[in-house]
Design a protein around this ligand. Structure first.
Ligand SMILES: [Zn+2]
Length: 326
């Protein structure tokens, strides 16, 4: 008799189909615990003039998408209260419902071939949160090859305060996962006017500062609107954090050549000119370009992961995100 790993119960073979459509199984799959009823998923395919939507039943969603969404929700909710406070929490948590996150991922997948033929994807709360899960996954299949990731949230405007809180929370979750990006990656975040309250901008900046000290990016650029909550000096603080991390990495290499500290390091036996070449290579490869660019709000509204070739087919980008955690 087969057993269900999610629910921890044995199920008669003849009743398997019924079990995976049942409330208990769906609750464990989407929420990680019993007691929730999972609603149908609305997949909006708004492409301007004629918004359309379709309904997907919970048991029709692929397992790897359900797992990704459940983990993205769990990860994001750890940060949410700090963004929402008591007053807005109940409303903000709705933006991280598994059904909503699923709908955003599936909509992203469906929008791709029509709206973004060159491989650009929409950057919603759900997509941002799911990317954070992928980057932070120890078993991620992110390759070591150079990655360029461009997340654009400008299509999310205008945001009300609850939407802004949800996006702010998702962005902080993403920022915390930045050190998990492959070495040599570049990251561009087009925030435009998504963050208009200074206390939310500060949370994102602090998290990015911490991440940039250990990340091995070649480039990190934030595009923000002139009337957003960001200030000119924020870019300098981010650059200073990245520089601090870079100095620490160079120092760790140099310590390998130290007679006492690096006693066990093979670096100590290298000729000085070769050591100098290594240090220069470390310096070139590990020093990130950090920029905070102020600009007018743009209509661009996409997210790009150029590590994938731009030969998009139905499901390609959803697969790409889901692959991070498989
Ligand atoms: Zn089950």
């Amino acid at each position: 008799m087969p057993s269900c790993a999610r629910c921890g119960v044995t199920v008669p073979s003849a009743g398997w189909e019924q079990h995976v459509r049942g409330q208990r199984h769906l609750s464990y799959s989407f929420f990680g615990q019993a007691g929730h009823s999972v609603r149908s998923i609305v997949v909006r395919r708004g492409d301007g003039a004629v918004p359309a939507q379709r309904i997907v039943r919970p048991f029709e969603v692929p397992h790897h998408v359900v797992d990704l969404v459940r983990r993205a929700r769990e990860l994001s909710l750890k940060n949410l209260f700090a963004h929402s406070g008591h007053m807005l929490y109940d409303r903000a948590v709705g933006h991280f419902s598994p059904e909503r996150l699923c709908g955003q991922l599936l909509a992203l997948d469906e929008a791709m071939p029509r709206q973004c033929p060159d491989g650009w994807l929409l950057g919603s709360v759900g997509v941002v949160a799911c990317l954070a899960v992928g980057w932070g996954d120890a078993d991620s299949t992110l390759s070591a090859e150079e990655q360029r990731v461009w997340v654009d949230m400008s299509h999310e405007m205008p945001l009300d305060i609850v939407q802004e809180v949800a996006m702010s929370c998702a962005l902080e979750t993403l920022a915390a996962a930045v050190p998990h990006l492959a070495a040599g990656s570049s990251l561009e975040l087009r925030l435009s006017r998504c963050i208009r309250h200074r206390h939310l901008a500060t949370k994102l900046l602090r998290r990015l500062q911490t991440s940039l000290q250990t990340a091995s990016l070649t480039r990190c650029t934030l595009y923000v609107a002139l009337d957003s909550a960001f200030r000119q000096e924020d870019g300098e603080l981010l650059a200073a954090a990245a520089l601090q991390g870079w100095r620490a990495r160079v120092l760790s290499v140099l310590l390998g050549s130290h007679a006492r500290v690096g006693a066990a390091s093979p670096l100590r036996r290298l000729p000085l000119n070769l050591l100098q070449t290594i240090v220069e290579l470390v310096a070139v490869s590990s020093r990130a370009q950090i920029e905070l660019r102020f600009e007018e709000p743009s209509c661009a509204n996409m997210l790009r992961v150029t590590a994938n070739p731009p030969t998009m087919h139905q499901g390609a980008d959803l697969d790409h995100i889901a692959n991070f955690v498989l």
